[in-house]
Design a protein around this ligand. Structure first.
Ligand SMILES: Cc1cc2nc3c(=O)[nH]c(=O)nc-3n(C[C@H](O)[C@H](O)[C@H](O)COP(=O)(O)OP(=O)(O)OC[C@H]3O[C@@H](n4cnc5c(N)ncnc54)[C@H](O)[C@@H]3O)c2cc1C
Length: 290
């Protein structure tokens, strides 16, 4: 089945993109890498009448960092750029790990992290770490700009709070707290080429051996990426021992709500949540100690 016909636009400013999207209305889709959009359009999973390619908008294609505002990733920055960015690798290693774990090199050279979030697959590889680090997103439309905490962004499989014509312009990640360590863990049936069956993002804030704060998010085990609340609580104020990280992993597996699909069974996913959560806690703790 080939692509159906649609109108194509390539504006050069955010203002023009939002104006166009507002004017064209229903059936108009923004496109960054197109690695989800064009496949869905081809399979007729989306009714696309117009595509607004945002890759010509220069201000969306940048990564910035400052010690107060933290990290800002523009919405056309590719996963390859994130994976290889020296500052992200140094200060936000789990974000680089999640980008590197997404798809294969050809896809990462085209795809954006913003597109991964807007596509809103429950398994979206880049969501759990960003959630664990307290990220928010900037979105702009004809009616102005708003900042949305990422934990309020996803509403269901393929669904977000974005309104028709709203453009996600940036992903904003705060400066990690002193003593923080982060981790991204995932498993998929066909190694690097497949989407994760389970993925976990974690951030632990350590003071010596003691965990002062913990944030753990699970992917592909609920309709949206979800917080492993009970597992987090178990860790707070305690020394992270081998036994505790295993207990927290089991707690996370009790909280998740996986389904059986072509990628994995519900039972396998439940087991893997325990294993990967334990690993994510362990790696976060070790990275915090560096
Ligand atoms: C072979 C293959 C392997 C893959 N493997 C993985 C994997 O391992 N893990 C994984 O998570 N995903 C995977 N994907 C899915 C996809 O590559 C990612 O979700 C990717 O990050 C999407 O980014 P994009 O820039 O290509 O998005 P696009 O396809 O351009 O857009 C995706 C959706 O978001 C909307 N959108 C894009 N940018 C914006 C914006 N700035 N504002 C508002 N809406 C926007 C589009 O309208 C569309 O609905 C795979 C895809 C393929 C084809």
């Amino acid at each position: 089945m080939g692509l159906s016909r649609f109108d194509y636009y390539a504006p050069e400013t955010i203002g023009d993109a939002c104006e166009l999207a507002g004017k064209l209305g229903e059936g108009t889709m923004f496109m960054a890498g197109g690695t989800d959009l064009l496949i869905k359009a081809k399979r007729r999973l989306l009714n696309v009448s117009a595509v607004i390619d945002i890759k010509k908008i220069k201000e969306l294609n940048k990564i910035t960092f400052d010690e107060k505002e933290g990290l800002v990733i523009g919405s056309t920055v590719t996963l390859t750029e994130i994976e290889n960015h020296p500052l992200i690798k140094e200060k936000y290693p789990a974000i680089a790990d999640a980008a590197a774990a997404t798809a294969n090199v050809q896809i990462r050279n085209m795809a954006s992290a913003a597109g991964n979030l807007c596509n809103a697959a429950p398994s979206a590889e880049n969501a759990p770490v960003l959630l664990a680090m307290g990220a928010n997103v900037t979105v702009e439309g004809r009616d102005g700009k708003r900042i949305i905490p990422l934990d309020k962004f996803f509403t269901g499989p393929g669904q977000t709070v974005l309104k028709q014509g709203e453009l996600l312009t940036a992903i904003n990640v705060p400066v990690p707290p002193k003593g923080a360590g982060t981790s991204y863990q995932h498993i998929s049936a066909r190694g690097k080429v497949d989407i994760s069956s389970v993925c976990v993002g974690a951030m632990l804030v350590m003071k010596g051996d003691i965990c002062e704060d913990a944030r753990i998010f699970l992917g592909a085990v609920a309709p949206t990426p979800m917080m492993a609340k009970n597992a987090q609580e178990l860790l707070k104020g305690k020394k992270i021992t081998e036994e505790l990280l295993q207990t927290a992993g089991i707690e996370a597996s009790k909280e998740c709500k996986p389904i059986t699909d072509m990628r994995a069974s519900k039972e396998y996913r439940t087991l893997m949540v325990a294993v990967l959560t334990g690993r994510a806690i362990d790696e976060s703790r070790r990275r915090a100690a560096k």
